[in-house]
Design a protein. Structure first.
Length: 313
C-alpha cells in the first residue's frame, strides 16, 4: 500500500498557508508545517505536524523536509522593519530551496508576486525576482504562482481599506486612482497552488480574480457595501504616504509604504490573465459587511504576537 503523500506548507497557521492546509487535509493528505509561530492557535489539531521554520539552520530545514513530496512556500515579508527585512527573507528562502533540494523534495510551489521581473527598483519586487531566479537554478521541478492582491479571512489590504473608510472622515486616493487591480480570494489561491502541485515540469500562473477594478472604484464599492459615505479625492502620492505615517503610531503598524504606493500606481497588481478563481470580491464583501474593517489588521502585530490567531491581530 502506497504511503500517503507528505505536503509541507510554510505558515499553515497564518494566511495563505492556512487555506492551503485546510484544502490538503480535506483531500486526505498528510501535512506538515514549517512555522515561526508554533504557539498560535492550531485549528487542525494533531492532523498537522508542526516543525520550526529554521531558516538559519540548513540541517534542521533539510530534516524537516525529508520525505516530502511537495513544498508550498508562502514565506515572505511586506516591507523592511527592525524585526524583518527583504534581504533576510531572500537569504532564508534560498536556504529553504537548497534544503528542499538536499532532502529530495519532488516539487516546490512558490508564491511570488505579479510582474516580479518588472520592477527591480522596488525592494519587494527585486527580492521576488531574485527568488524566482534562484528557484529556476535549483533544478527542483516547481511552480511559480504570482498573486497581486488576496482577500478573504484575515486579509490586510481590503480589510484595512474598509477600516479607513469606517474611521477617517475622508479617503485620499494616490494620484487619480485609475490604476487597476484584480483581487483573488485566498481559498481560490490555495486551490490554484494545489492544482499546480499536481502538474509536471516547470509551470507558472498569474493569480487574479474574476473582478477587475480601478483602485478608486474598489474603494467606492467597499464604502457602498459597508454602508459608509466618505468623500474620495486625489492626493499627491507623497502626501498620502505622509498621512499614512501619521496614522502608523496609532495602529502600531505600517499602513502602507512608498514602494507599495509606487507598485500600485504602476498597475503592477493587475494582469490580463484568465481568472484563477470564481469568488467575486463584491459578493464576498457583502456577505461580511458587518465585520469587514471593524478591526484593523496589523502586519507588524502578526509578527510580534505569535501566540495569537492571525485574524485576531
Amino acid at each position: 500500500m502506497a504511503a500517503t503523500p507528505l505536503h509541507v506548507v510554510t505558515g499553515a497557521l497564518g494566511y495563505t498557508g492556512r487555506s492551503i492546509t485546510e484544502q490538503l487535509l480535506a483531500q486526505g493528505a498528510r501535512v506538515r508545517t514549517l512555522t515561526n509561530s508554533p504557539n498560535r492557535p492550531n485549528p487542525f489539531g494533531d492532523k498537522l505536524e508542526i516543525h520550526p521554520l529554521a531558516l538559519d539552520s540548513a540541517d534542521t530545514l533539510a530534516r524537516s523536509l525529508e520525505g516530502a513530496d511537495v513544498l508550498y512556500n508562502t514565506y515572505w515579508v511586506r516591507f523592511n522593519h527592525a524585526l524583518f527585512t527583504f534581504d533576510r527573507a531572500v537569504a532564508g528562502t534560498k536556504a529553504l530551496f537548497d534544503a528542499a533540494r538536499r532532502a529530495g523534495v519532488k516539487r516546490i510551489v512558490h508564491v511570488s508576486i505579479l510582474h516580479a521581473r518588472a520592477a527591480d527598483d522596488l525592494g519587494y519586487y527585486r527580492g521576488k525576482h531574485e527568488l524566482e531566479a534562484a528557484l529556476e537554478q535549483s533544478g527542483v521541478p516547481h511552480a511559480i504562482i504570482r498573486p497581486g492582491v488576496l482577500f478573504g479571512r484575515g486579509d490586510i489590504l481590503v480589510n484595512n481599506i474598509a477600516w479607513v473608510l469606517r474611521h477617517l472622515p475622508v479617503f485620499g486616493l494616490f494620484g487619480d486612482g485609475r490604476y487597476r487591480l484584480r483581487p483573488l480570494h485566498v481559498d481560490d489561491m490555495a486551490r490554484l497552488c494545489i492544482d499546480h502541485a499536481h502538474r509536471a515540469g516547470y509551470t507558472h500562473a498569474d493569480a487574479v480574480g474574476p473582478e477587475g477594478f480601478e483602485f478608486r472604484g474598489l474603494v467606492r464599492a467597499i464604502a457602498a457595501i459597508i454602508g459608509v459615505k466618505r468623500p474620495t479625492f486625489p492626493v499627491p502620492p507623497g502626501l498620502g504616504y505622509l498621512v499614512g505615517r501619521c496614522v502608523n503610531p496609532f495602529v502600531r503598524d505600517v499602513i502602507i509604504t512608498r514602494e507599495e504606493i509606487e507598485g500600485l500606481m504602476r498597475g503592477l497588481l493587475d494582469s490580463d490573465a484568465p481568472a484563477a478563481g470564481h469568488t467575486n470580491l463584491t459578493e464576498w464583501a457583502a456577505q461580511h459587511r458587518d465585520t469587514l474593517g471593524r478591526r484593523y489588521a496589523s502586519e507588524v502585530g502578526r509578527r510580534v504576537h505569535r501566540a495569537a490567531a492571525y485574524e485576531a491581530i
